[in-house]
Design a protein around this ligand. Structure first.
Ligand code: ZN
Length: 262
């Protein structure tokens, strides 16, 4: 009798181990919905529900159906920074046309020198990372002397290109503000699929404001990094995506979109 129970237990442990193997592998996978070039070209129709997105990660950034605001996924909660500057917690039933999530496991941690701005932060962190050719989920928590962000308003069909939308983007400036930065540092070769280099979003500690980061100066903050070597790309199986011309080089448009409106 005893041996039978032992055997049964042994078997269930084996099954449990077998079932959890894919789940363990997935934790270190960066899951991305659609491509940056499709978004730049105006593909703003959501193709994955927020509920499904959350099954692929508890950390990330993106946008929403119709390009309705900037997305942050912080510890499994999905936030939208609206174009009026306010913040919503987003329902599972909403959808995203572009997002990248992963399960965040802290690997490298380091205090950022006070006074570091966005440009010098990029060089500073690049020097600490083992290779420019892997993906890194980047999380910064702390206080900032200065923070500049933007958001985008929901669009109507026929959708204008993202560079056109960004020309009229509402921008927000904060002084002496505490909060969290969520985003990625991606390899240069990701061009066309994702954003090469840094792509970061900000959310205030009180979760009432934030946006896509245009600039900042650190007061006292700590960066945590999760290295990722696996990328899973979920392309939209929609007529909108299938019919798009995605052969064009949109790197100049991406630069326009990433920077401040002038
Ligand atoms: Zn962004």
């Amino acid at each position: 009798m005893k041996t039978k129970i032992m055997q049964k237990l042994g078997m269930s442990w084996l099954i449990l181990l077998f079932l959890s193997l894919p789940a363990l592998a997935q934790r270190d996978t960066l899951v991305q919905v659609s491509t940056i070039d499709a978004l730049l070209g105006g593909l703003y129709d959501g193709s994955m529900s927020i509920g499904e997105l959350c099954r692929h990660g508890d950390f990330g950034i993106g946008t929403f159906d119709k390009l309705n605001g900037e997305m942050l996924v912080v510890e499994g909660t999905v936030y939208r920074v609206r174009s009026d500057g306010g913040v919503d917690i987003v329902a599972d039933s909403e959808t995203t046309p572009f997002a990248a999530v992963t399960f965040f496991d802290a690997e490298l941690q380091k205090q950022i020198p006070a006074g570091t701005d966005y440009q010098s932060f990029k060089q500073w962190l690049d020097n600490l990372l083992p290779s420019p050719n892997l993906f890194y989920a980047v999380r910064i928590e702390g206080r900032f002397r200065f923070m500049k962000t933007r958001s985008v308003p929901p669009q109507h069909k026929p959708y204008p290109a993202l560079a056109e939308v960004a020309r009229h983007q509402p921008e927000f400036a904060f002084e002496d503000v505490a909060g969290v930065i969520v985003g990625y540092r991606s390899p240069a070769f990701v061009k066309g699929i994702g954003v090469p280099g840094y792509h970061l979003h900000f959310l205030t500690r009180d979760r009432l404001a934030g946006g896509h980061i245009l600039g900042f100066t650190v007061d006292r903050a700590r960066v945590t990094v999760d290295q990722t070597a696996d990328l899973l790309l979920r392309l939209p199986e929609t007529s909108g995506f299938s019919g798009m011309d995605l052969g064009k080089d949109r790197s100049t448009e991406l630069k326009q979109v990433e920077q401040e409106h002038r």
